[in-house]
Design a protein around this ligand. Structure first.
Ligand code: NAD
Length: 349
């Protein structure tokens, strides 16, 4: 049997409890994984005085694959977001977030099966920001020829041809491999003509290489309305970083909430699998939060490793437990602890 080495980041808040569950479920499936466990987040700050010690990046550079629990971004301490730093350091430019309704999930919607492809490294997330009245903020305000108040803070939004080409290719390649029919590129190009306009222009060019896949464009505001009115019309959604972040949560809401929304980050060399949700610190230690989002992220990891059969078994077991709706967590209308739900998933493998 093939054995895989995978970096495991338990994270903080409710992260460690759901990561432990995923380890247990994967071991029950029988896929042989040698987990290399490393600390990041609040637990690492106490020990290493940084939330992202070099060991974490070294480990992922060695194993090339990581499964990650959520990590709290401390507000006002001066530490950068570990999640953003990991994506930047490892060149994880593509964020994939499948949003599919499983029978039994509480939602107003039906037949939703969307995939959000979010650019992960450019846009306002680059952190090029200038404080009010700083030299650069003043310089930009003076030269912008716009009516900007002199006490404004300034953020810069870079969107490049290179960055857009690679995320657009990723989206179309994903659509091709997964038998998806349509890619919709989403921006606010009527207002941000250079940055968002460039995003459309490059996506259009890339689309020409995939004539078998339909390509269309929507403005972000209109798209938000359409997604809550007729989400069935859409298939793969392709977005720059910030819109992608917001629309991912919107789509998670369509399919039953953050408890069932998985995610993955891909670069040319490395892949990091994590749920869309954060560390939900108010539930820490209560074994309340749904483990499904991270389990479905682990399913994406199994596919990435080439363990397709294990991935299918895992998804079927999860889907059966959700459909039966007996041993499920609070967000799915039940009262089970997350480890009890995991036991039920294991029974159905
Ligand atoms: P959150 O996703 O942690 O929680 C928001 C709410 O969603 C929770 O209160 C809970 O009601 C629900 N929820 C989240 N996960 C759930 C689950 N598995 N099952 C059931 N319900 C669930 O968002 P937040 O409170 O805005 O952020 C908390 C911390 O997490 C912040 O520090 C934030 O920066 C961080 N964060 C980390 C990541 C990541 O590690 N990738 C992603 C988002 C937020």
């Amino acid at each position: 049997m093939k054995k895989y080495k995978v970096t495991l980041i338990p994270g903080d808040g409710t992260g460690p409890e759901i990561v432990e569950i995923v380890k247990r479920v994967i071991s029950a499936i029988g896929t042989s994984i040698d987990w290399e466990e490393v600390e990041a987040g609040e637990c690492a700050i106490e020990k290493y005085n940084t939330p992202l010690p070099a060991e974490v990046l070294d480990s992922i550079r060695r194993t090339k694959v990581a499964l990650k629990g959520p990590i709290t971004t401390p507000i006002g301490t001066g530490f950068r977001s570990v999640n953003v730093a990991l994506r930047q350091e490892l060149g994880l430019y593509a964020c994939l977030r499948p949003c599919k309704i499983y029978d039994g999930v509480k939602t107003e919607f039906k037949n939703v099966d969307l995939v959000v492809v979010r650019e992960n490294m450019e846009d306002l997330y680059c952190g090029v920001e200038f404080e009010p009245k700083s030299d650069v903020a003043r310089y930009i305000i003076e030269r912008s020829n716009k009516k900007i108040h002199p006490d404004a803070a300034i953020s810069i939004k870079p969107i490049s041809v290179f960055g857009t080409q690679r995320i657009a290719r990723f989206a179309f390649e994903y659509a091709k491999k997964n038998n998806r029919k349509k890619v919709t590129s989403i921006t606010k190009a009527n207002i941000m003509k250079f940055t968002d306009g460039l995003f459309y222009q490059v996506c259009r060019e890339v689309a020409k290489n995939y004539p078998e896949i339909e390509y269309e464009e929507r403005l972000i505001d209109n798209m938000c309305m359409q997604l809550v009115q007729k989400p069935q019309m859409y298939d793969v959604l392709l977005l720059p970083n910030l819109y992608g972040d917001i629309v991912s949560d919107l789509c998670a809401g369509l399919v039953g909430g953050l408890g069932v929304a998985p995610g993955a980050n891909f670069g040319d060399e490395y892949a990091v699998f994590e749920a869309v949700h954060g560390s939900a610190p108010k539930y820490k230690g209560m074994n309340k939060v749904n483990p499904v989002a991270l389990l479905l992220s682990a399913k994406l990891m199994l596919e990435h490793l080439g363990e397709t059969e294990s991935a299918v078994r895992l998804e079927k077991a999860i889907s059966k437990v959700i459909k039966e709706n007996k041993v499920v967590t609070y967000d799915l209308g039940g009262s089970a602890k997350n480890y009890e739900m995991a036991d039920e998933i294991i029974k159905n493998l």
